[in-house]
Design a protein around this ligand. Structure first.
Ligand code: URA
Length: 192
């Protein structure tokens, strides 16, 4: 599994399939532990991810780590993290359709190699890439969908959205995320 991922990563590192290679500092391939249980797919690398070559290392990533920690999960032990595209779009704009299309082979390969039982779809861009036009993230978050290789997929809010919404009241984005991550942990425990 690790060797197969390494080969894909190596190929990705030289990728020039879309124009983002001209502005990237680093390819942002993955972080966390390769495993067949839990994978999170985010949107695209931001400034710090591009600098460090690792997904979710900025403020949103720190919050993501805290959310996982609340239910006893961590990227060191339990979660493999990647993005729909592997290079940072300039000014953190949304990835263009042709960029998502060009990069899709890498995400598909990651999922095919790992065959995770649970895929967390983190935010609007990842939702659109993995489930198409099925409605906004607010409508579908917290629901389970059928994914590739028999995976259960759940859309969840992006942590950067939570950073913009401070409230923890019942029904707030943070409160909803708490419900979702508890449900993820419940299903994760059943896999053991
Ligand atoms: N947001 C994402 O969706 N992915 C990252 O890697 C960082 C921020």
């Amino acid at each position: 599994m690790i060797e197969e991922l390494r080969k894909i990563q190596e190929k990705c590192c030289g990728c020039q399939k879309c124009s983002l290679y001209k502005t990237r500092k680093n390819i942002v391939f993955s972080s966390g532990i390769p495993n067949n249980k839990l994978v999170l797919v985010g949107e695209a690398p931001g400034y710090w991810e591009d600098v460090k070559g690792e997904p979710f290392v900025g403020k949103a990533g720190q919050l993501l780590d805290k959310i996982f920690a609340c239910v006893g999960l961590s990227r060191e032990k339990d979660v493999y993290i990647c993005n729909t595209i592997k290079c940072r779009p300039p000014e953190n704009r949304d990835p263009l359709p042709e960029e998502k299309e060009a990069c899709r082979e890498y995400l598909d390969a990651q999922l095919e190699i790992l065959k995770p039982k649970i895929i967390l779809i983190c935010g609007r861009v990842a939702l659109n890439s993995l489930l198409g036009d099925i409605g906004g993230i607010t409508k579908v978050r917290g629901k389970w969908f059928e994914g590739p290789y028999g995976a259960k997929m759940m859309p969840i809010f992006h942590p950067s959205y939570l950073l913009r919404n401070d409230s923890r009241e019942k029904g707030s984005p943070k409160w909803l995320m708490w419900q979702d991550i508890k449900e993820v942990k419940r299903v994760y425990e059943e896999l053991k």
